[in-house]
Design a protein around this ligand. Sequence first.
Ligand SMILES: CC(C)(COP(=O)(O)OP(=O)(O)OC[C@H]1O[C@@H](n2cnc3c(N)ncnc32)[C@H](O)[C@@H]1OP(=O)(O)O)[C@@H](O)C(=O)NCCC(=O)NCCS
Length: 396
Amino acid sequence: MSKGAKMPKPKPKRSVLCVVQARTGSSRLPGKVLQDLGGVSMLEFMLLRLRGVQADHLVVATSALERDDPIEMIARSCGIGVVRGSEQDVLSRFIVALDQYPCETIVRLTADCPLTDPAIVNAAIALHHERGAQYTSNVLPRSFPKGLDIEVCDSTALRTAAFLAVDPAEREHVTPFLYRRPEHYVLANLRSDLDAGQERWTVDTPEDLEHVRQIVSSVGRDASWTEILAKIGRTVAQPGADELRLRAATEADSSLLLQWRNDPDAVRWSGNGRAIETAEHDQWFASVLENPGHRLRIGEVDGRPVGFVRVDVHGGVGTVSVAVAPDQRGRGYGRDLLTATLEDVQADCQVVTLAAIIHRENEASLRAFRSVGFVPTIDPTKLANQPHLNLVTRAA
Ligand SMILES: CC(C)(COP(=O)(O)OP(=O)(O)OC[C@H]1O[C@@H](n2cnc3c(N)ncnc32)[C@H](O)[C@@H]1OP(=O)(O)O)[C@@H](O)C(=O)NCCC(=O)NCCS
């Protein structure tokens, strides 16, 4: 390096607060976080697992209700700080945590995920900082088992959410205000190549608790999630031979998507009525593939791709585009793709309403959307000068 050349300044490490949200008042399995798991309470089990998380502070956030006193006792006996606040307005509880432990980045974990792996938490924090994101999770799309859920937020963005959010779901679930608005916030997602998003390792029901107890008795407390998966294998049934399954798109799907998009019918019914150039497609594909604001899914039957669905999210409204491979049309896959998309968006809180803009002469598309409950929102006879549009919506 030449004399006097400046060394790049190392990025200052950002301070991190990791919050485990816990309460005893669960409707399906009351007091679940106090239940035994591996000889200790489920909460203590999780806190012991989390010792490897690289955060400046690890705290438990519970409600101010008396019935949640045992949660405070367990956390304190583990040497972990506790903050207490509203039971229902959990977003405000997180702000209490930030007020007591001011940090630039805040991680949200929930105590019904006792198998949370500190290595994934650290990877999500690292990705969040590397991307300069304001919200990062590992569930949009989900590729880790349900029960390893992690969310990382920029503290300023979360404070804005706490100030502005009025929808009760945005207050109860803490973070939807951010990830429903990809147009305002930079979102990122941590993905695993193992594609294990169908597996269920969370504890919501007595059956879940039994399942997680069996996992723990077989692998012990500190096994990594990949060691657990290797040991117990996949336990969720694979779809039947003719059943359509949605999976998140990968880089390898790029040329197939372009091919489907440029088929003459798809071009005819598309918004701009023209074929897409390869360079334009590549640029678009790279921008949406890892962006949680664009849910890009491939429909597969028996491992074969038969079509795709795309849901572009803006302010909680998801605009749906769908196409079936030309040689697979008219077999019900269009309807199946939309049905699976409804399940996909119902699995999280990102999309409140779904919308689609359909050419008024695109009978197959109109029928497919209607058959899964979409309804026209404008009277087509009033659109005489806009032959293209037929807006249909339904609640997600
Ligand atoms: C629109 C599209 C996704 C529908 O998928 P599909 O698999 O062909 O449709 P399905 O077999 O699921 O049938 C859905 C409905 O459309 C009807 N349909 C299917 N093909 C049709 C056709 N060629 N003409 C009229 N109706 C048709 C079916 O009878 C069914 O109606 P029903 O629910 O009243 O019984 C598919 O045709 C396609 O990819 N088209 C090109 C791209 C496109 O137009 N995308 C939509 C942009 S909004």
